[in-house]
Structures are given as structure tokens and as C-alpha cells.
Design a protein around this ligand. Structure first.
Ligand code: BGP
Length: 474
């Protein structure tokens, strides 16, 4: 039975807005993620179709308190240590460090992350920090329009400089923007964008994208100046698009769909806008404000590694009559008759994981880092108090096998693997607690009721064994 190489970074992942809570504690400012509600309005606010200011007064915002890791991080880190985590991927809440995005830094916020990082290091857990996981201080949204405005680049760079300097000897792995391709699908969540009448919405989204791409490259630049040993990566919501059939029209459709996602990494890993993108902008009359130095900054500051989330492959057809759709990480896909799906309709495809990793590695030839993979499912507690989540174990087992094949059989250079939501947390797409990913159960429901008590699931000991055997004992 094969294992992974010594030093492989096994661990788990979370994001501040989905686990931390404490939105009004420690001097933290309000962010876009605090005004995204649970329920039927969630999607409309995330896409910018509904302005959060027009929400009903009794809306419930699950990210504000989440699972309260702000106060329980020490106990939670002890659970990670018990599982043998080698790394923990988490995000800083930008508005905890710069409450308004501009102006003074909040020392209490920096201190909070310093304490958390020290606690990880005490347990020999390598911190992997996402600088921006879907959040932006609301002041930058209201005053400048979020990432649609170039000014936001400067505030982001200031934020990066502050954290890089503070943690230069404690954090090595940094990820600039989580799932940067989400801007095109959920522009308010991904970039703090709301739309005005008369906007060319595509142009606004691609301008925000350009601003984030430049900001990401600037972060790489100053990060490497502050500590040349930093490893700074990009992050994409990955999952290969398959063609529905061998009809060349389907093949072409799949190439075009993949480019919508590869586009971001093409810029971040190769350092320039791909030629197909320039043609698309021209055809769609998208005119971007690109400053003279931008191209140089992008070219000279490509990422050190490519991180990605993988939950599912995707399927596309050129034939509009083939239209049975399924859900999956916000990306619409046709239903693949060869695959089973999760309770939320996300299709389960471990071989697709190997395929995706190979294609990413072939295309960029840079180290990869799997920073999200997992199964969102409903868990039930038995009469004797156990949670037998065999379905989760099965999902992870098959994906880890595929990942080992990509490394050991195909030669993909892979830094590590962090499962999404190692502890139950608020779902990004639905705001639910019921959609659980964790090895650790958290007592909280969709409406916000519960004791927040933590309870190990069956998968807890299973993952512990996987890590201890370096992926051999599955
Ligand atoms: C990704 C996000 C995460 C996470 C995950 C699972 O899109 O980066 O924040 O939530 O998907 O998705 P969901 O929570 O919608 O099930």
C-alpha cells in the first residue's frame, strides 16, 4: 500500500467568516460577510441582485457568531493536535485587523491571530493563512464600491504588509484570495460588489477581477521582500469540465468552460492575460482600466504554488436540449449519469480529482496544494451518542486514493491536503449548519440554536489513523 512522502502537510481548513464568530468583539469592524443572511435571500445578496440594506429587519446572519472559534480556538486546536494535524488552513478576518479597511490597524485583532498562531506552533501545526476568504470591510464597500475600485488595491496591500511584517517568522504559507473565480458567480461575496443601474455587469466583474489580480501580485512582491522564504499561492475553485459526448462541439464547449476558471490562474501563475481572454473582452465590449505598471507587476510576481478546492467534476454540452442540471459549489453543471451525488446534489468523482490535479500540474508546472475537499452531509447522533459518518469516510478515502495516484503514479508535485470544514461550520453557499463537513460535530442548527458543544464523529479517529500512517492506512 502506498503512502505519501515524509513532510506531506495533512490537515484541515476553515474560513474566519464561517467559524470564527465574535463579529462585534475585539474591535472588529463589520464586513460584507456579516450582512449575508441565511434563507431565501442569501443567494440574491451574494450575487449582488439584492442590496443587503433592503433586507427584512428580522434577517438572521449566521456568519456573525458562527461556531465561536474566536473564544474556543485553544480547545479546537487541541482537537486538531489530537488528530495529528501537520497544518491548519484558516483565514484572517480583514476587518479584525483593519476595522474600516482604511485607517488605523487594530492591535487587538493582530494579537488575536498571534495567539492563535502561537497555539498552533506549540502543537507543531504549520499555519496556512488565507488573507482574504470572501471578506472585505463594509466601509470599503460603502465608500468605494469594494473591489470595483482600484483604491481597494492599496488598502489590501497595506493589510498584507502589516500581517507579513508581524508574522514573518511564524507563517510561511500564504494564500491571497480564496476561490478567486467566485467573483464572476457571487460578486458581492467574492468582491463586495453591488450593481448600479446601467452598469455593464460583466465589465464591473472583470474590473474587480483585474484589481484583485494586481493586488495578489503586489502581495507576492512585498511578501517576498519581507521574507524571501515565504510561499505565496493563489486559490481556485477547481473541478474539470467534461464534454457530454465525443461530439467536437461538446469538446469545444468544455474547453471554453474550463477557461472561465483557468483564466485567473493563467494570470497568477504565468503572469499575463491569456490571448483568449483578450479576444473575449473585445467581443463582449469589456474595457478594463489597466494601468501602465500593471502588466509588469503581474509578470514579475507570479505565485509560488497553486492551491485549490475540489468537490466535484463538472459536465457541459453544446446541445441546449440536454439540460438536466445539478448543483455544485455554485458552478452549474449537467448531471453526469456515471456519478452519484451528495444530498446537496454535488456529484462525487474521485477520479475527477486525479484528472483535475494532473491538468492543473501539466498546465502550470508549479507545486499544488489541495486546500479544500470534503463531503457536506446531514449527520445524526445515535442513541448512544455516536455519529457514524461512514459516508464521509468513504468519500475522503476514495479522494485520498486518487490524490496518492496523482502524486505517486503521475508525479504531481503536491505540498499538502486540508479537508474542508474539519469541524462543522456555516456553509458558504447556503448558510446552513445542517450541511456538515467535520470530523467534529458542533451542536448548532440552521436558525442559530444550540450549545456549540463539540463531539467527535467516527471519522475523527479514521483521519487520525490516515495522518499517522501518512496516507497508507485508509
Ligand atoms: C468553497 C468555499 C468554502 C466552503 C466550501 C464548501 O466554495 O471556499 O468557504 O464553504 O466551498 O461549500 P459550502 O459551504 O457551500 O458547502
Amino acid at each position: 500500500m502506498s503512502k505519501l512522502y515524509d513532510g506531506f502537510l495533512w490537515g484541515g481548513a476553515t474560513a474566519a467568516n464561517q467559524c470564527e464568530g465574535g463579529f462585534d468583539k475585539g474591535g472588529r469592524g463589520i464586513a460584507n460577510v456579516d450582512v449575508i443572511p441565511w434563507g431565501e435571500n442569501r443567494r440574491k445578496v451574494m450575487t449582488g441582485e439584492l442590496n443587503y440594506k433592503d433586507l427584512p429587519a428580522d434577517s438572521y446572519f449566521p456568519g456573525r457568531k458562527a461556531i465561536n472559534m474566536y473564544e474556543t480556538y485553544k480547545d479546537d486546536i487541541a482537537l486538531m493536535a489530537e488528530m495529528g494535524f501537520k497544518c491548519y488552513r484558516f483565514s484572517f478576518a480583514w476587518s479584525r485587523i483593519f476595522p474600516n479597511g482604511e485607517g488605523e490597524v487594530n492591535e487587538e485583532g493582530l494579537k488575536f491571530y498571534e495567539n492563535l498562531i502561537d497555539e498552533l506552533l506549540k502543537h507543531n501545526i504549520e499555519p496556512v493563512v488565507t488573507i482574504c476568504h470572501f471578506d472585505i470591510p463594509i466601509n470599503l464597500v460603502e465608500k468605494y464600491g469594494g473591489w470595483r475600485n482600484r483604491k481597494t488595491i492599496d488598502y489590501f496591500v497595506k493589510y498584507c504588509e502589516t500581517i507579513f511584517k508581524r508574522f514573518k517568522d511564524k507563517v510561511k504559507y500564504w494564500i491571497t484570495f480564496n476561490e478567486i473565480n467566485m467573483i464572476l458567480h457571487l460578486p458581492f461575496m467574492g468582491a463586495g460588489i453591488t450593481f448600479n443601474e446601467g452598469d455593464n455587469e460583466e465589465e464591473v466583474k472583470f474590473q474587480a477581477t483585474h484589481n484583485e489580480l494586481v493586488a495578489s501580485a503586489m502581495a507576492v512582491k512585498i511578501g517576498h521582500e519581507i521574507n524571501p522564504d515565504f510561499k505565496i499561492g493563489c486559490m481556485i475553485a477547481a473541478g474539470q469540465f467534461y464534454p457530454y459526448s465525443c461530439n467536437p462541439k461538446d469538446i469545444w464547449a468544455s474547453i471554453e468552460k474550463d477557461r472561465e476558471n483557468y483564466f485567473f490562474i493563467d494570470v497568477q501563475a504565468r503572469g499575463e492575460y491569456p490571448s483568449y481572454a483578450k479576444k473575449i473582452f473585445k467581443r463582449k465590449n469589456i474595457n478594463l482600466d489597466i494601468h501602465p505598471d500593471d502588466e509588469k507587476i503581474l509578470k514579475e510576481n507570479t505565485v509560488d504554488f497553486i492551491s485549490f478546492s475540489y468537490y466535484s467534476s463538472r459536465l457541459v454540452s453544446a446541445d441546449p436540449n440536454i439540460c438536466e442540471k445539478t448543483e455544485g459549489n455554485v458552478f452549474k453543471s449537467l448531471r453526469n449519469p456515471y456519478l452519484k451525488a451528495s444530498e446537496w446534489g454535488w456529484q462525487i468523482d474521485p477520479l475527477g480529482f486525479r484528472i483535475t490535479m494532473n491538468l492543473l500540474y501539466d498546465r502550470y508546472q508549479k507545486p499544488l496544494f489541495v486546500v479544500e475537499n470534503g463531503l457536506g452531509a446531514v449527520d445524526t447522533i445515535d442513541e448512544d451518542g455516536n455519529i457514524n459518518d461512514d459516508y464521509r469516510i468513504e468519500y475522503l478515502r476514495e479522494h485520498i486514493k486518487a490524490m496518492k495516484d496523482a502524486v505517486n503514479e503521475d508525479g504531481v508535485d503536491l505540498i499538502g491536503y486540508t479537508t474542508w470544514g474539519w469541524i462543522d461550520l456555516v456553509s458558504a453557499s447556503t448558510g446552513e449548519m445542517k450541511k456538515r463537513y467535520g470530523f467534529v460535530y458542533v451542536d448548532k442548527d440552521n436558525e442559530g440554536n444550540g450549545t456549540l458543544e463539540r463531539r467527535k464523529k467516527k471519522s475523527f479517529d479514521w483521519y487520525k489513523k490516515v495522518i499517522a500512517s501518512n496516507g497508507e492506512d485508509l
